[in-house]
Design a protein around this ligand. Sequence first.
Ligand code: SF4
Ligand code: SF4
Length: 311
Amino acid sequence: MPSKSALTTLIKNKAFELGFVLCGMSRAVFMDEEARRVEAWLNNNYNGEMGYLDNHFDMRVDPTKLVPGAKSVISVAYNYYTTEKQADPEAPKVSMYAFGRDYHKVVKNKLKLLFTYVQSVAGDIYGRAFVDSAPVLEKDWAARSGLGWRGRHGLLINPKKGSYFFLGELILDLELDYDHPIKDFCGTCRRCIDACPTDAISSEGYFINASQCITYVTVELRAEVIPDEFKGKMENWAFGCDICQQVCPWNKFAAPHQEPDFTPRPFLNMTKEEWQDITEPIYEEVFFSTPVKRARYEGLKRNIRFLDNND
Ligand code: SF4
Ligand code: SF4
């Protein structure tokens, strides 16, 4: 078997070959500081109806509970930035991450290939792959692995690539060479805090009240009607919200992705009227296998209706 440092280099090179734009490693240890932060966040009920974020707290802060004998967490980032836009500026808006095929499958498949590669060079090792999975604090692992820092909007920012990427992790029972966190470059900037239309970001940043966030309201909230407090604040977002990323100065470094599966679907050409008239069969057809399916037809219709009546 190659040495620990040779193995680390081989894995990183393979990750880049598979299309990941960032890759870093951390020791798989209990996340003491992060655990206290998550506990405070949950105690404030900032998770809204996302009860699943309350579950398995032990697992979320201790990778050895997810992978017995875990020694390392490999964090990777997969770019989804595109310069393509929705054609009708009046049409209800969809967050950029949902323009193409559902990232869970795309990124997980890449991670499985990476894992197979690790086994081919490191032998009989055990591990698991995660993509946007509730039991893993993926932004914190990515920060520990030096992929970037957690900005005031809570997302991970890389100083050379911005923040438009998906994160994934491989948790392995294999020792590697470890990376280190990088500096927080938010400095005195408060653009995301000032731009957030629902004040979901705390006044000093770094704490997001998910139950106030348009992404949560349009994607996760299952209520039949959107609460009145969001009237006039949705800025025409029907699925997700990109405002805090759009205003972040570090995203001037974002470069378009090269992933065919993320090629924007034709729904980017839908007019406002077509959105308003959308039927369930059309919804099934145009959003097939995209992240927008998470909202379900009723949820998306509810969001569009709310925009029509209140924005
Ligand atoms: S996604 Fe939108 S609503 Fe949520 S924190 Fe960012 S700007 Fe605010
Ligand atoms: S907009 Fe400014 S404060 Fe917010 S995450 Fe970006 S750099 Fe940090």
